[in-house]
Design a binder for this molecule. Structure first.
Ligand code: ACO
Length: 323
């Protein structure tokens, strides 16, 4: 059976760090309020010349290097983003050009904070379907560019960054001992589309718009949606919460992460948490968190890793993979 195995990972962050203390000088907020409600202590904000595509390309180059291959060996790029450099062409083709790659194909997926889970699932389907052998899966965002910097209820929550992995087709047997993507479950429900959205776009206002969110409403649904889809992953794989070595959640908010881990009975020592350092980087948050945990030696070859996310749409999903 063909499975999609992770061969390398890379990440990129903007140069500028903005702490909660600095946020206090911009809007009526406090370090205490932000830490208590979200767990966020700082975020990285893109400066001049730093864009979704530039960060995505930097992360992709590092992932290729870690995999010991070059862009010549890649046949597909899928980039998850809601903050593209341009309305079109896709950020994925922009990154393709930055990698000097003129073969293969590249496209974006847009599922807001669930983007990376959607992108891995898409890449895995292309690999198992025989349409691609080596895929760069990227999550890259510059949410700072769609924030209303006068709205304290949203601007303190988000940050910029990018992460990328190389997925490669590999002949594997069975479910439990093998490496690669084991299960993927995606969900969406557009009836919630007005709870977290951007109030502009090419076909409506003709402007980029700003992020708007009913925070309490999002919070209300988040833990239940996340845990439902994870239960589906366990049912499909025959694995349980006890088998999970690392839970790598979308990094939106410490309280959502803690709530989901508690409901699933996954101890916090097994949860990778970077929201304190990065804020919510939407589609980039999972690959950024994976990068940190691979670099510091926590995630090792053979570990069972559970990825989950929930975000605008609403969209949500989970991927179980053996590293
Ligand atoms: N600093 C200080 N006070 C603030 C701030 C701020 N940055 N933002 C809001 N407040 C105030 C409000 O004005 C309100 O004041 P009031 O009582 O005088 O009216 C008070 O704090 C409480 O506001 P709530 O919105 O009720 O605060 P809540 O406890 O719900 O926390 C938060 C807000 C953190 C957004 C929470 O609802 C949450 O975590 N929601 C989940 C949303 C999320 O994480 N979204 C990320 C994107 S979606 C995703 O990735 C899953």
């Amino acid at each position: 059976m063909i499975r999609s195995v992770v061969r390398g990972i890379g990440s990129a962050l903007p140069k500028r760090v903005v702490t909660n203390r600095e946020m206090e000088t911009m809007v009526d907020t406090s370090d205490e309020w932000i830490v208590q409600r979200t767990g966020i202590r700082q975020r990285y904000i893109a400066g001049e010349g730093e864009t979704t595509a530039s960060l995505g390309a930097e992360a992709a180059k590092k992932a290729l290097e870690a995999a010991g291959i070059t862009a010549d060996d890649i046949d597909m790029i899928v980039c998850a983003t809601s903050t593209p450099d341009n309305t079109f062409p896709s950020t994925a083709v922009n990154i393709q050009a930055r990698l000097g790659m003129t073969h293969g194909f590249a496209f974006d997926v847009q599922a807001v904070c669930t983007g990376f889970v959607y992108a891995i699932t898409t890449a895995d389907a292309y690999i198992r379907g025989g349409l691609a052998k080596r895929v760069l899966v990227i999550g890259a965002e510059t949410f700072s560019r769609i924030l209303d910097w006068e709205d304290r209820t949203t601007c303190v929550l988000f940050g910029d960054g990018a992460g990328a992995i190389v997925l490669e087709a590999s002949e594997e047997q069975g479910v439990n001992a093998v490496r690669g993507v084991l299960t993927a479950h995606l969900r969406s429900d557009g009836s919630h589309k007005d709870k977290l959205y951007v109030d502009g776009g090419p076909s409506t206002t003709g402007t980029v718009g700003h992020l708007r969110m009913e925070g309490r409403e999002v919070f209300k649904y988040a833990v239940g949606m996340i845990t439902d889809v994870i239960e589906q992953s366990f049912a499909a794989s025959g694995l349980t919460a006890e088998d999970v070595d690392w839970l790598v959640p979308h990094q939106a908010n410490r309280r959502i992460i803690d709530g989901a881990a508690k409901k699933l009975a996954i101890p916090l020592e097994k949860v990778v948490i970077t929201v304190d350092q990065h804020g919510n980087t939407s589609a980039a948050s999972i690959p950024l968190a994976l990068s940190v945990a691979v670099a510091d030696g926590r995630i090792k070859k053979g570990d069972l890793v559970l990825l989950e996310a929930m975000g605008g749409g609403f969209t949500w999903g989970a991927v179980l993979l053996r590293w």
